[in-house]
Design a protein around this ligand. Structure first.
Ligand code: M6R
Length: 595
């Protein structure tokens, strides 16, 4: 949610292209507005507006911007509508400092009132501007910049990371409190960013600051200081060896399509990672013996939790309660104790709703495990043990490969708990490859027949219920059509009234549930609906559906996992056919670090 990048060079030079490229790499974090600021000597050049990077860069000729220091920010609007005035970075009252943040300053409204009362010039409604004034107020009272930042840290509530620079200086300052921030050290420059991948094209030598640390960047060195007492903190840089392939489109028109096709490979890699995990046995043991076992997440990751709950029940006979993270706080946290286990699932490992639930659960003594994709993220550090997803970078906002690996992770845990032969799972990657091959042309054609559809349902039962929910989320997220996912048996209890002639309803069917799904199909086709079915090659499904997308024969749980692939592809093709960019759907952000 929002992205920041900053760079410090030895002397003034062109920074425009560097800032544009960094902003493009951070676009997945927010794309309501973008801004760039450069600082040299006593001058600040600030150019910003609502819109995406390419539009703003062209309109304001960002490529020509030069400076000794530069900052860029990508915004996902929370405080204040997307507009030029609310776009970041922001100036202080006299145009002597410029700064930007990612995250959320929760006491922004009270702070703005204080700043106005103190005579500071507040231009926008945005909380990033409050970060700048929070420093400015102490500089005005005579504090050194570093001390002003330490004091500002105490005033700014919420979780955020923040960068600021001032005229007649050669440094950038940053602070981290609950939001992602990584520092890069290059040849003749230093830089910082909200995430690691956006730094990798510039340098592989990085430092990961912790919450409560203030960072000072010169062109040739970096200092970390404690916000509490200002004392120097020693931390050696690490060298990143991962390749950059994952952050390129690799010949695909969109990251989403590339990531859909990466699923077999990352599933293969995850299996090895889990085989090699030292922690897995003890996690399984604690899950088995827990009084209550909760699976906690948001969005797509929550759907994986439902899938995990079905797998644990059907394969290992273990009950697990899947719950949306914010609802966990009110519905379950009051009853939790140290005999319970929570598995917190998140691609980013930074979702605020999930971290809030984790804190609420830990306060009650729960044993907390994680499943996360981003190594080093807050969730990986805040849980007792965290299992990997091993997906590499997932750039596209709609989650695809991280969903299938979350489900894979739960299958692995269920098999392990049941003492079942884990090599059975090793067939999944090949089955995924076969599924993609089998369904791709048919799904692309199907998408072209749904061009004018703005309302549809996806229905599943048992192991395919979470798949129907996930399919619906993908469809609504990137096609902007209204799509509701639900348990197939619930459809007759109300939504059936939506059905008119040719109304599209997508069913996902596991082989054990075919009779029940057929009864659902007949209830809607009898009323004129078009039944599109994803399921095994079964005569009963052939005879009862208008379109049947056949997936390979597999064990019930594995077959459910395969059924999500055609839904991902269908959403992708419908989105592209409508002229949308599936990688960056409107209003959304990949990492939601706000309440
Ligand atoms: O990073 P997380 O898995 O915690 O994110 C949770 C949701 O925001 C996320 O799964 C979202 O629903 C997907 N990007 C949708 O495709």
């Amino acid at each position: 949610m929002c992205g920041i990048f900053g760079i410090v060079k030895e002397k003034e030079e062109n920074l425009g292209e560097i800032l544009i490229s960094a902003a493009e790499r951070l676009t997945y974090r927010g794309y309501d507005s973008v801004g760039m600021a450069t600082i040299s000597g006593d001058k600040i050049d600030l150019r910003k507006d609502e819109g995406k990077v390419d539009t703003v860069a062209e309109k304001y000729n960002i490529a020509e911007m030069s400076g000794q220091r530069g900052i860029t920010q990508l915004r996902w609007a929370t405080f204040g509508v997307p507009s030029q005035i609310n776009a970041q970075p922001h100036l202080d009252s006299n145009g002597l400092m410029v700064g930007a943040h990612n995250g959320n300053v929760v006491n922004n409204i009270e702070l703005r009132e204080q700043f106005i009362a103190e005579g500071l010039t507040v231009r926008s409604e945005n909380d990033g501007e409050s970060c700048v004034h929070a420093v400015e107020r102490y500089v005005k009272r005579g504090y050194e910049t570093i001390d002003a930042i330490r004091l500002a840290y105490g005033d700014l509530g919420g979780d955020y990371a923040f960068v600021i620079g001032q005229v007649n200086d050669d440094k950038l300052y940053a602070m981290k409190k609950g939001s992602g921030l990584v520092i890069g050290i290059g040849e003749g420059f230093t830089c910082l960013s909200s995430d690691l991948p956006s730094l990798l094209p510039l340098t592989r030598k990085i430092i990961r600051p912790q919450d409560g640390e203030i960072i000072i960047l010169w062109a040739d060195r970096v200092e970390l200081r404690s916000v509490t007492d200002g004392k120097l903190i020693e931390r050696e840089p690490e060298t990143i060896t991962e390749t950059m392939d994952a952050v390129q489109k690799g010949g695909y028109p969109h990251f989403m399509l590339k990531e859909i096709h990466e699923q077999p490979q990352v599933a293969r890699e995850l299996h090895h990672l889990l085989d090699d995990s030292f922690e897995l046995d003890s996690i399984v043991d604690k899950m088995r013996n827990a009084r209550n076992l909760y699976l906690i997440a948001c969005g797509t990751s929550y759907h994986a939790c439902i899938s995990g709950s079905v797998a644990l029940a059907q394969i290992a006979g273990r009950a697990a309660i899947p719950v949306l993270a914010p609802q966990f706080i009110s519905q379950f946290a009051p009853t939790v104790n140290h005999d319970d286990v929570g598995i917190f699932v998140s691609q980013s490992g930074e979702t605020k709703d999930v971290l809030n639930a984790l804190h609420a659960a830990e306060e009650k003594g729960i044993t907390a495990f994680g499943i996360a994709n981003v190594i080093g993220s807050t969730l990986t550090q805040a849980t007792e043990s965290c299992l990997p997803l091993g997906c590499g970078y997932e750039i596209s906002v709609p989650a695809t490969k991280t969903f299938t690996n979350q489900v894979y992770n739960f299958l692995y845990l269920a098999y392990k708990m049941a003492g079942r032969d884990l090599t059975e799972l090793e067939q999944i990657p090949a089955l995924m490859e076969k599924t993609l091959e089998m369904v791709a042309p048919q799904v692309e054609h199907l998408a072209s027949t749904l061009d004018d559809v703005d309302d549809l349902y996806t229905l599943g039962y048992g192991s395919t219920f979470p798949i129907a929910l996930e399919g619906a989320l993908k469809l609504k997220e990137i096609t902007y059509a209204h799509c509701e996912g639900m348990l197939s048996t619930e459809f007759k209890h109300g939504p059936l009234s939506a059905v008119t002639e040719n109304y599209p309803i997508i069913f996902t069917s596991g082989k054990n549930d075919i009779p029940l799904i057929i009864s659902g199909i007949n209830e809607v086709t009898a009323r004129g609906a078009r039944a599109i079915v994803i399921g095994p090659d079964d005569k009963r499904l052939h005879d009862n559906s208008d379109d049947l997308i056949i997936i390979p024969d597999a064990e019930e749980q594995i077959s459910a996992l395969l059924a999500v692939l055609p839904l991902q592809l269908l959403s992708y093709h419908m989105s592209v056919a409508r002229g949308y960019d599936p990688d960056f759907p409107r209003n959304l952000s990949k990492t939601l670090t706000v309440d």
